[in-house]
Write a protein that binds this ligand. Structure first.
Ligand code: ADP
Ligand code: ZN
Length: 753
């Protein structure tokens, strides 16, 4: 018997092997096989039976480790689409859909531990009997009733989580022969240690009810865009919709969130509703834990999967719904091959498996908005905040007039540095919140102490030797750090270029603002949340739990703090520098800025006390800032869309970014030029209507990790032409085999840096 096998190698084809007699494992489509390939052993996926090829001597597979396929036919179809659309070898796409434990060298055995289960073994039919039995223990009675409500059986630790009783209470029930304790083996699930926040059962508002009903009326493969302002209660809509899908229709569901570590509150709400039926694919899971979760999902024990991007490949069957929260987030796009966008993959999976898709956000991506406007997606709107809360009042501080001219020109450098970072109105608002014991969130989307170091004499800026970006000064280790390649070096006291000794720090980072705030408000409890303070596995949720428990007065952080947080006692949000990123040479810079400002502003005023937002900027008239201040998404979209017509950018056209990189500057430039010319020659020979080729040009960040980078942009009016062209390019265009030259194709890029 012959089989076609996809291998995770940079080759756009499958390979045929023969299956020796006596092979016991599964060789059905979707099973793994170990095969010899160029003197090595590779793990591949069986795509199907192959027909005999004349005159070819085929190699035998080495082994077939699975007793049934690890990928369903639907997931293989999905990966076939990914391979075609994103121009990736099928084997690479298939590998992405599996936990790494299954594609590595050895298959780990799931580790099991046991837990104690309490089960009711006697019923208490009458209230009178109840009163008699529990005459002296109200706690025993509560526990008994909880167990009844949970269907008669539950893990002891779950009961304990909810009631926090002493062991004697349970033992009492056991002695009365009402409850029996047994042991059960469980998969590793680090989340069971988290106590979910008690879910407040809200009655849906009219707008929420309508959205839920319309979602329930959708057919498989259809897509709804849930445009709900910040605090409008999108989570409740997801939950009620999924409750019907999972509990009533008996189907399964996937919930995608941008970064699971940043959204512990959202995850808690899902856990509170779906309990044991939920699998949370946290980025902090070990490979083994991830594999355990995958197994539990495949066995059908988990019916709702919550996770970041890659959770879209969860091996659920009978999939009824896919929810994508914050659908506009760039983290849904994978930065390496296959460069898929989880939203697009979700749409395709939903079409293949007949699931309903919900895209939720306060700031829809221009792509999704355009799809809704064209009627391809159904638009659902939540125009008001839930629970009577109001959108916060947003005001702008013009840094050009309100900021001191320079830090060093003042008498007291510490004072002036503070005044440079925090304007008088933001300072007054912070003091006011501290007095009232209300909480504040401060956004500065730049980590480190200062953005860069510059010589005061010759203006030389310290740059990374490997990348074309400046080094960031980190004070905790007195180092300059490259945020791209992590190169570090000592801070020099004299300029390497001119020998000058007036070395200046420029541009604020979160470390510096944290210090300045500490000096200004010595008794305030300040927490900083950025990449440097969240290296531990559970660091994000530890910080956020402290904020939730009221143990933090000021939460300062990078864009990490802008997402999904729902703290009713936060009444002030300050944006220290709204302009970080607004001038990047990237067609999405304004959209990102608008989204970030709108999202962070949305953290304020979620409770009855209302809220206020202060945005510090040097470009108060920029439409991204103006529209964020006015909570005006429609105004923003109009202006932004017009800006993407000429020159044309998505969603007006389809875009692919083709990057050539290499270790030698000239060779990289020449190869990229050749690529651009090759494409233009091709267009002459076989005209593709509506396709244009731009460049080559250096990437905005010309060098990263010692590799030079040039790019060619391809624009196409229609998707099929783009697919055809990119496929042809991937198969036919060859780079010189020198200077480590590499080609990467990024279709529908979320950034061009
Ligand atoms: P979003 O994700 O749309 O920003 P959330 O789902 O976080 O909003 O909800 C915002 C807040 O409103 C939460 O604290 C939630 O508990 C509350 N909430 C949601 N729906 C209702 C409702 N129908 N009545 C009262 N409060 C609600
Ligand atoms: Zn670097």
């Amino acid at each position: 018997m012959l089989i076609d096998v996809a291998l995770a190698l940079p080759l756009y084809r499958t390979f045929t092997y023969s299956v020796p007699e006596g092979t016991t494992g599964s060789i059905a489509r979707g099973s793994r096989v170990v095969v010899p390939f160029r003197n090595k052993r590779e793990i591949g996926i069986v795509i199907g039976e192959a027909s005999p090829k004349d005159g070819l001597k085929l190699k035998d597979i080495v082994s077939a480790p699975d007793d049934r396929p690890v990928l369903s036919d639907a997931l293989i179809q999905l990966c076939e689409w990914i391979a075609e659309y994103y121009v990736t070898p099928l084997g690479v796409a298939l590998r992405t859909a599996l936990p790494s434990a299954l594609t590595g060298a050895s298959v780990p055995l799931p580790s099991r531990k046991t837990r104690r289960i309490a089960t009711l073994i006697a019923e208490l039919p009458t209230l009178m009997e109840r009163d008699k039995t529990f005459a002296r223990s109200a706690q025993q009675r509560t526990l008994f009733e909880l167990l009844e409500n949970l269907g008669g059986s539950a893990a002891v630790e779950v009961l304990n989580e909810q009631l926090q009783f002493s062991p004697s209470v349970l033992n009492g029930l056991v002695k009365k022969n009402l409850v029996a304790i047994s042991e059960e083996t469980v998969e590793r699930d680090p989340f069971r240690l988290r106590t979910p926040r008690k879910s407040e059962a809200h009655v849906p508002t009219d707008a929420q009810s309508e959205a839920i009903e319309r979602l329930l009326a959708r057919k498989g493969g259809e897509v709804s865009l849930l445009h709900g302002i910040t605090g409008s209660g999108k989570t409740l809509v997801y939950l009620e919709f999924l409750r019907s899908v999972v509990n009533e229709r008996g189907q399964t569901a996937i919930v995608l969130v941008p970064e699971i570590a940043l959204t512990p509150q959202t995850v808690d709400r899902f856990r509170a509703v779906f309990g044991d039926k939920i699998a949370v694919l946290h980025s902090a899971l070990s490979d083994g834990e991830r594999y355990d979760a995958w197994l539990a999902i495949r066995r059908g024990e988990k019916r709702v999967v919550v996770g970041a991007r890659s959770a879209i490949f969860a091996p659920l069957e009978n999939l009824g719904a896919i929810v994508i929260d914050e659908e506009h987030e760039p983290s849904y796009k994978q930065g390496e091959s296959p460069r898929y966008h989880a939203r697009e993959v979700a749409l395709m999976r939903a079409r293949i498996e007949g699931a309903v898709v919900v895209l939720g956000t306060a700031t829809p991506s221009l792509e999704s908005w355009t799809n809704a406007a064209a009627g391809r997606f159904e638009l659902l709107t939540l125009p008001d905040r839930a629970g009577g809360a109001k959108l916060p009042n947003v005001s702008v501080v013009d840094l050009r007039s309100e900021r001191p001219k320079s830090v060093s020109s003042q008498e007291n450098p510490a004072d002036s540095a503070y005044a440079y970072a925090i304007s008088r109105s933001l300072d007054a608002a912070l003091s006011n919140r501290l007095q009232k014991a209300e909480q504040s969130i401060l956004l500065l989307n730049r980590r480190g102490y200062s953005a860069f170091i510059q010589c005061g004499t010759c203006a030389d800026v310290s740059v990374c030797p490997n990348c074309s970006i400046s080094l960031t000064y980190h004070r905790t280790r007195e180092q300059l750090v490259c945020h791209y390649c992590l190169h570090t070096e000592k801070v020099q006291t004299t300029c390497v270029r001119c020998g000058g000794t007036r070395i200046r720090q420029r541009g604020l980072g979160t470390q510096q603002v944290e210090r300045l705030l500490g000096e200004r408000f010595p008794s305030a409890r300040i927490a900083r949340m950025d990449v440097d303070t969240t290296t531990g596995k559970w660091a994000h949720s530890e910080i956020l739990d402290r904020v939730g428990a009221g143990e933090v007065d000021i939460l300062l952080g990078t864009q990490m703090i802008a997402k999904g947080l729902d703290f009713p006692n936060v009444t002030l949000v300050g944006v220290i520098d709204a302009d970080v990123g607004i001038n990047l040479p990237d067609f999405r810079a304004s959209e990102r800025c608008f989204q970030l400002l709108s999202q962070v502003a949305g953290r304020a005023g979620r409770g009855p006390k209302g809220g206020q937002v202060i945005i510090q900027t040097r470009v108060p008239t920029h439409y991204a800032v103006k529209c964020a201040v006015a909570h005006d998404f429609h105004g923003f979209v109009r202006e932004e869309y017009d800006g993407r017509v000429n020159p044309a950018y998505p969603p007006v056209i389809r875009l692919a970014n083709i990057v050539v990189s290499g270790t030698n500057e000239e060779a990289t430039r020449d190869a990229a030029d050749e690529l651009g010319n090759w494409l233009r020659r091709l267009m002459k020979q076989r005209p593709s209507p509506g396709v244009t080729v731009i460049g080559a040009a250096p990437c905005p960040i010309e060098r990263v990790k010692q590799r030079w980078r040039w790019h060619v942009l391809v624009k196409s009016e229609r998707a099929p032409e783009m697919t055809r062209l990119l496929k042809y390019l991937a198969m036919k265009f060859e780079l010189p085999k020198q200077h480590g030259l590499r080609l990467s194709i990024d279709r529908d890029p979320v950034q061009l840096m």
